[in-house]
Design a protein around this ligand. Structure first.
Ligand code: ADP
Length: 497
């Protein structure tokens, strides 16, 4: 038989049946229109090519389908679950959920995805053919457990979206980290050890449960191509944004409100420190709020909140983040915008040795910001540079901003913003400082109102003498969080326009 005759005969063979007998089916494509047949994708390690040509493993027809239209390839996540990703090889496009993949680009496939091959190659719903019983014993994909919802925001390392638990219906927040290099599926002993260590650390984070830390529900590491993975971190969803936005909206917070927020914050921080977790990125963007509205004036508020607020739950987010994005990247990002970063983390000569006291420094910066609306260390207050201000612990309580704030608050801040970690308060000393117990009944206490009764035996103060307020240099003006935020917004608007 001549070669051309052989080729002609192969072209006559029925579509997409060529390899399915030799290899088990890993997934199926179900035709969207009722009369369309299904295509079984075999589990073949070298990949499965789909297209119009007889040389393809799976054949489809269509006038604008390329001879080799796309390729399905195997990938494996850390839990041993196999996935397929599709590589577009076509001229007229392979579409996943109506989005063009793009020639030579890849997309990871999940059950329920709609695949379309050019205009005339047909539309299919993709499903993994996993054995149900076996699947129950295996770690599932994020998409097996959750339905992805609307975006909640995006940050340095990740986008955050809402998701719904398929089984319980609970709404959660899922943090989707930017793709990372995968392990290439080469299971050396070192990689196995690293995976086991990571798993152990994750299990510790998963076991954490405290009313003032954002609950870490689960995580999934999934391949998005042969060489990269994405991590999905499932978190308790917080409904009322960041403490940052509250400070921006109000310009600054009153002392009573700040105290109520700090009591919760310190309780969460104490829990983390007791579990040997150093947060390292305490800042108002990482303190999230859940507000219960007050529906009638008869309802008694749980704290010194605004009229319309019955209760505010304050929770610390983003602890253990370095585990997900890598130590180096995390520390470099921290030091890139150091407003809240402790001097011992910034100090390169220190070989970055730090302890839980680093979080106390950041809490001191946060307390300062809450009470006056601008940070104690910034380029606006230079010289010296912000970095040197931090390394030297050079800050001041500027008049008139600090005139009406009680000396005890200044005393506490002065015990937190101490360059030498050994001399700095720890979380328990901070929580016992007499600022927290003074003059609860007065609206906004000033220095003259610190009652002797408030100097409770349990309370701690470093000094009770009046703390000096400094005059700003005439050519210096601190930039409030609100001003910085507004100018950033205006900058973004003008760059879009
Ligand atoms: P990154 O750490 O990459 O900078 P962020 O933690 O800042 O990302 O999160 C980005 C956005 O998502 C922020 O607006 C943040 O408020 C929001 N967000 C983060 N975690 C949650 C959560 N658990 N619930 C609700 N919103 C969240």
């Amino acid at each position: 038989m001549s070669l051309s005759r052989k080729r002609f005969l192969q072209d006559e063979t029925p579509t997409h049946k060529r390899v399915s007998h030799d290899f088990p089916t890993i997934a199926k494509l179900y035709g969207v229109i009722a009369e369309a047949s299904h295509i079984s994708i075999p589990r073949k390690s070298g990949g499965v090519v789909l297209g119009r040509s007889s040389a393809c493993d799976l054949r489809i027809s269509g006038t604008d389908v390329s001879s080799k239209h796309c390729q399905f390839s195997l990938a494996c996540n850390e839990a041993g679950r196999e996935f397929l990703y599709v590589t577009d090889m076509s001229s007229n496009g392979t579409f996943v959920n109506d989005e063009l993949i793009g020639k030579a680009s890849t997309t990871l496939l999940k059950s329920g995805d709609k695949l379309q091959f050019a205009k005339t190659g047909g539309a299919y719903i993709f499903r993994y053919a996993v054995d149900e019983v076996e699947d129950r014993n295996r770690k599932k994909s994020f998409f097996d457990d959750y339905i992805m919802g609307a975006p909640l925001g995006s940050g340095h390392y990740a986008v955050v979206k809402e998701a719904r638990d398929r089984h319980s219906g609970d709404v959660v927040a899922v943090k989707i980290f930017h793709p990372n290099k995968g392990s290439n599926n080469v299971n050396t002993q070192k990689q196995e050890e690293e995976t086991a260590k990571l798993q152990q650390e994750m299990n510790l984070l998963l076991s954490f449960n405290h009313p003032n830390i954002v609950k870490f529900i689960s995580y999934y590491v999934e391949p998005i191509s042969q060489h990269s993975v994405t991590t999905y971190l499932v978190l308790e969803k917080m409904n009322d944004g960041e403490l940052f936005q509250r400070i921006v909206n109000k310009s600054k917070l009153g002392q009573l409100e700040t105290k109520a927020i700090f009591r919760q914050l310190l309780s969460g921080l104490s829990y983390l420190h007791d579990n040997n977790i150093i947060h390292r990125d305490i800042k108002p963007e990482n303190i999230l709020l859940d507000i219960t509205p007050r529906t009638s004036s008869e309802q008694i508020q749980t704290g010194p909140w605004d009229e319309h607020e019955l209760d505010i739950k304050v929770k610390i987010a983003d602890f253990g983040l370095a585990k997900f994005i890598g130590e180096l990247k995390f520390t470099n990002t921290l030091c890139g915008t150091p407003a809240y970063v402790a001097p011992e983390i910034l100090d390169n000569s220190n070989e970055r040795t730090y302890s839980t006291k680093a979080d106390i420094w950041s809490s001191g910066v946060l307390l300062y910001v809450c009470l006056c609306g601008f940070p104690p260390f910034s380029e606006e207050l230079a010289p010296p540079s912000m970095k040197d201000q931090i390394l030297e612990g050079k800050y001041a309580f500027y008049s008139p901003y600090w005139d009406d704030i009680s000396d005890s608050a200044l005393d506490l801040i002065s015990s937190l913003l101490v360059v030498e970690p050994g001399q700095r308060f720890d979380v328990s000393q901070t929580a016992r400082h007499f600022w927290f117990s003074e003059s609860e009944n007065s609206i906004e206490p000033s220095s003259s109102q610190i009652s002797s009764e408030a100097m409770h035996v349990e309370s701690i103060a470093t000094s009770t003498s009046s703390i000096e307020r400094t005059q700003l240099r005439s050519n210096t003006q601190p930039l409030s969080l609100r001003e910085a935020y507004t100018s950033e917004l205006n900058f973004q608007k003008s760059s879009v326009a």
